[in-house]
Design a protein around this ligand. Structure first.
Ligand SMILES: [Zn+2]
Length: 158
């Protein structure tokens, strides 16, 4: 923290205390060079990311939970270690880059499916069958057919 008087970076905290809302900390500082005293306020950054479920309930975005869902879908599939974590990181980064503090759970689900689709088709179908809950077998068959068609056109990974 730079001294507002002389610009020296060497300042020390002489006391700190929480303000009433306790999301803010007030610090008294003293410049080591000119002994000027000044006050700084430190706030918790409000970079929350909330997932809104279909029934309207809200939940803090849980990267670990997302990764665990992806890991489950990727169980015993021939993919590199950490593929689920990487996908979860990617999803979180995209969500945060979008800059919105609230995101519908359906969006997170769609992004997860997008990631899995690129990683492993079986994992994708596993995940999709749970999270998208295909209406019926026809729906599921259509999705599988689409994947097959892509594979035939060299669209798949393997
Ligand atoms: Zn100073």
């Amino acid at each position: 923290m730079r001294c507002p008087q002389c610009g020296t970076r060497d300042t020390r905290v002489i006391n700190s205390r929480d303000l009433d809302d306790s999301a803010t900390i007030r610090r008294r500082r003293e410049c080591a060079s000119c002994a000027t005293r000044f006050t700084t306020y430190e706030r918790v950054e409000a970079a929350r990311l909330v997932v809104v479920k279909r029934d309207g309930t809200r939940q803090e975005f849980d990267r670990a939970k997302l990764a665990s869902g992806l890991r489950k879908a990727l169980t015993r599939r021939p993919v590199p270690d950490g593929a689920a974590e990487q996908a979860a990181d990617q999803i979180e980064a995209e969500l945060r880059a979008a800059g919105s503090s609230e995101v519908p759970s359906s969006r997170v689900g769609a992004m997860a499916m997008e990631q899995l689709r690129a990683i492993d088709h079986i994992a994708y179908i596993r995940f999709a069958s749970v999270y998208q809950s295909f209406e019926d077998l026809e729906d599921l068959k259509r999705e599988v057919d689409t994947l097959y068609a892509e594979k035939g056109n060299g669209g798949g990974r393997k």
